[in-house]
Design a protein around this ligand. Structure first.
Ligand SMILES: Cc1cc2nc3c(=O)[nH]c(=O)nc-3n(C[C@H](O)[C@H](O)[C@H](O)COP(=O)(O)OP(=O)(O)OC[C@H]3O[C@@H](n4cnc5c(N)ncnc54)[C@H](O)[C@@H]3O)c2cc1C
Length: 228
């Protein structure tokens, strides 16, 4: 599965090991037993999640390939119970058109101090907002290119680049840590952009582990109106 996110980003499932039956088998190994049929197996998954017996979910592992702006990656990399490998700005040149421009201006929200809300503005003001960001980004990229042309090392020239430049990384995460990520990043307190990636990751999770995802959604609905 490869899901586009934002104007130039994506999240793609590169590899996957395990699944709902792996959860069931690893949970029942305590009693030397395995799968017992769908109804009982689904009940077991509900029991495990509802009672915090989460280690069997660690036996299923997702490997995602993600392309997102640097400011989103910074938030993502705080999730220590997972593994990351990122493209290097020391060894590669940032392509000059790989940056994120929000299509709408968002403003500080009064109720939710961590969040933001879509600004109620005429279309041309949203466009002007985007142009202001594009202009600042292109000036920074021009400075980056000039530094490279003067022979500056890539690792040093990149420090003039803004946080909306796209980066790419591989992210391996077990289902337990993924559910922690989804609880935190599908929430309305999370920034709009990482929420879009988290919702896409949630759709992939749902596809690969539908029984677990259904229980997870009932316990932590997030913003809710998802369909399996
Ligand atoms: C809305 C929002 C706002 C945020 N704002 C800020 C901010 O202003 N500043 C900031 O620095 N961060 C901020 N964060 C990041 C946040 O503090 C966490 O670092 C991030 O969400 C990762 O969560 P985690 O530690 O649960 O995940 P993981 O690092 O994947 O850890 C998973 C779980 O393992 C356990 N664990 C991991 N490491 C330890 C440890 N060292 N000791 C004990 N138990 C551990 C915990 O149970 C943890 O929940 C914010 C996050 C969100 C969602």
């Amino acid at each position: 599965m490869n899901l586009p996110v934002l104007d130039r980003g994506f999240i793609r499932l590169a590899d996957f090991m395990g699944g709902d039956l792996t959860v069931v088998q690893t949970a029942r190994v305590s009693f030397g037993q395995g799968a017992k049929g769908e109804e009982q197996d689904r009940k077991l998954i509900r029991y495990l999640l509802a009672h915090g017996h989460e280690t069997p979910f660690e036996q299923s592992v997702f490997q995602f390939h993600v392309k997102c702006p640097i400011f989103v990656a910074r938030q993502w990399f705080r999730h220590r119970w997972s593994s990351f490998n990122e493209i290097s700005g020391r060894y590669t040149v940032f392509p000059e058109d790989e940056y994120y421009i929000p299509d709408r201006k968002r403003v500080k929200e009064e109720k939710n101090k961590q969040g933001s809300a879509l600004a109620d503005l005429p279309e041309e003001e949203h466009r002007a907002f985007g142009e202001r960001i594009r202009d600042a980004t292109e000036r920074a990229i021009a400075a980056y290119r000039a530094l490279l042309d003067e022979g500056t090392a890539k690792e040093l020239a990149r420090i003039v680049l803004p946080l909306n430049m796209y980066t790419q990384f591989y992210w391996s995460v077990n289902a337990r840590a993924l559910m922690n990520f989804l609880r935190l990043r599908c929430d309305e307190h999370a920034q709009h952009e990482i929420r879009l990636y988290a919702e896409a990751a949630r759709a992939i999770f749902c596809e690969k582990m539908p029984w677990t995802a259904e229980v997870f959604d009932s316990l932590w609905p997030g913003n809710g109106d998802r369909h399996h």
